[in-house]
Structures are given as C-alpha cells and as structure tokens.
Design a protein around this ligand. Structure first.
Ligand code: AMP
Length: 286
C-alpha cells in the first residue's frame, strides 16, 4: 500500500463531506482514532483497519476533555508532519485533525457518561477521563462515519468503554480490538514513552515483567489474587522512582475485581515512573 498523497482534513464539515463521498462510492471506511505522535502500535492498528476497509481514516486529536487539570495535556508530544508521513506510508487515505476550538466551542455542553465501567482501574484516579474519551470518540464517529473502527488492547478499559457505548447507543460500527505492540524489551509502546529518561527504563520494564510473572504464577497454580498482586507490587517497587497507582486482577468483561482466579482474568496496572504514568495489562488465562 502507500504511494498516493494523503489528504489532511482540518474541518468537521470537510471530513463529513469526504466521508459522504466515500460512502456514496461504495467504499467501506475504517477508522483509527489517535492522539498522534504515532508509533508502531498505531501503525499496526492502521494495518488492521486496512484489512477491514477500503479507505482508512486516522484522526489525530489531543483531546482536552480526557485530561485532568493536573495531567499532561499541554506537554503531550505532537508532530503532525511526521505523523502524516507515517500514515501515508501505511496507505492511509485521510488524516483528520480537527481544531479543539471547533470540536468544543464555548457553549459546548453534551457529554457521554457510562455508569459502571469507569468505576474501575484508570477511572478511579482519572475522574472524568472516560467521559472525555466516550464523548470525543462519539463525536469523531459522527465526523468520520466509519463502518469499522480499531482500538488497541493496550488501553483495555478504553476499548471496553467504546464497545459498551457502541452497543448501548446502537451505533452501527464494528469495533475491532488490536493486540498490544511492544518494544523488543517488552515495554508497551506509548507516545508517553518519549517522556522516559534512559535510567528510568528498567523501572518502566517492571510493568511488563510483573504481568508475565503473574501469568506464569497462574499457570503454575497460584489462584489467590492478593498473592499475585503483592508479588507484582514488590517487583515494581524494587525500582527507584516508581509509584503504584493501581494493580488489579479483574473480570475482563465487567472489570469487577476478583479474589481468586477461577476463570478469565485480566491483570491491569498503572504505575508512575518519575512523572510519567504508564499502563499495561495482560490476560492471565488463555
Ligand atoms: P493514543 O494515541 O495513545 O490515544 O492511542 C490511539 C490508539 O492506539 C488507541 O486505540 C490505543 O489503544 C492504541 N495504542 C496505543 N499504544 C498501543 C500499543 N502499544 N499497541 C497497540 N495499540 C496501541
């Protein structure tokens, strides 16, 4: 794929009319929403979207409503030119990059709130985050009108929230989950990895290592969740500059906490390494 010049769309109206034309031409639209500063994880999502669609649209929008007041909205890394080149190489048809002021004009007042899923995991320490995510994704869906949209399992709770929203609001969009892409050393790829100092790398790697160890422990017969969580905490806190936000083992569908691993179980964690908040997760059972 690739070769054709990518179309960069800045306005909501242009995006909607472009998507209308694609649909009139009988093209199936695949969509990959991102906040940009693209890495191999994003590119894998684009390839998956290509496999499910005729034309792929990628959005690049650092969404202010999903950041808390003390979070990294202003510092979030941005490089639109590089992102467009990378997307073009993947054969992406359109990059949609709306202005924040157009997406949220001064009188903006409509938000989507889920009842249960945001009470878990990242929703606890990031109040309002999943409302911001659900709202922006619904708005992007209305601009792009995709047939299918791809989200990474790296943000497992986000994928669950989007699936729930699409089902609850009867959106006629296929939601596709994509496996987490990792660096060769196991670190889950993330735009926020750009914040990490080289000396913080071993601490960052402790997230993945503790997940692998938990999975191995379950395979070896450990069933007690607090035993598994304690081991992960010890592994992570052995490194300097680490602060655990949460380590949970939960039902992969409801995200309700488990006490024992007797069936499907997801381990999810969020850890601050210095100022950088990292998340990762893994299914502990096959
Ligand atoms: P972001 O730009 O971080 O908001 O991510 C945009 C999309 O890429 C989301 O669906 C993420 O889950 C997905 N994503 C981010 N990092 C990875 C990764 N390492 N592997 C797979 N998907 C990812």
């Amino acid at each position: 794929m690739g070769g054709d010049t990518i179309k960069v769309v800045h306005t909501i109206r242009d995006m909607q009319s472009h998507s209308r034309r694609l649909r009139q031409d009988g093209q199936r639209i695949g969509f990959v929403p991102t906040m940009g500063y693209l890495h191999e994880g994003h590119l894998a999502l684009m390839r998956l979207a290509q496999a499910h669609a005729d034309a792929v649209v990628v959005s690049i929008f650092v969404n202010p409503t999903q950041f808390g007041p003390n979070e990294d909205f202003a510092a979030y890394p941005r490089d639109l030119d590089r992102d467009c080149r990378l997307a073009e190489k993947e054969g992406v048809a359109v990059v949609f990059t709306p202005e924040a002021e157009a997406f949220y004009p001064p009188n903006y007042q409509t938000y989507i709130n889920l009842e249960a899923l945001p009470r878990h995991l990242c929703g606890v320490s990031r109040p309002g985050h999943f409302s911001g995510v659900a709202t922006v994704v619904a708005k992007l869906f209305h601009c792009v009108t995709p047939h299918a949209a791809v989200f990474g399992q790296k943000d497992y709770q986000q994928l669950a929230v989007i699936r729930q929203m699409v089902a609850d609001l009867n959106m006629d969009i296929e939601i596709i989950g994509a496996p987490t892409v990792r660096e060769p050393d196991g670190l889950a790829m993330s735009s926020r990895n750009a914040y990490l100092q080289p000396e913080q790398r071993p601490a960052a790697l402790s997230l993945h290592r503790s997940l692998i160890q938990a999975k191995q422990a379950v395979a070896a017969g450990t069933r007690n969740v607090s035993t598994l969580i304690t081991a992960a905490r010890v592994e992570i806190l052995a490194h300097p500059q680490t602060e655990v936000d949460y380590i949970e083992i939960c039902n992969p569908v409801t995200l309700d906490s488990l006490e024992t691993v007797t069936g499907p179980a997801l381990m999810a964690l969020a850890v601050k390494v210095g100022q950088t908040r990292l998340i990762d997760n893994m299914l502990l059972t096959d």
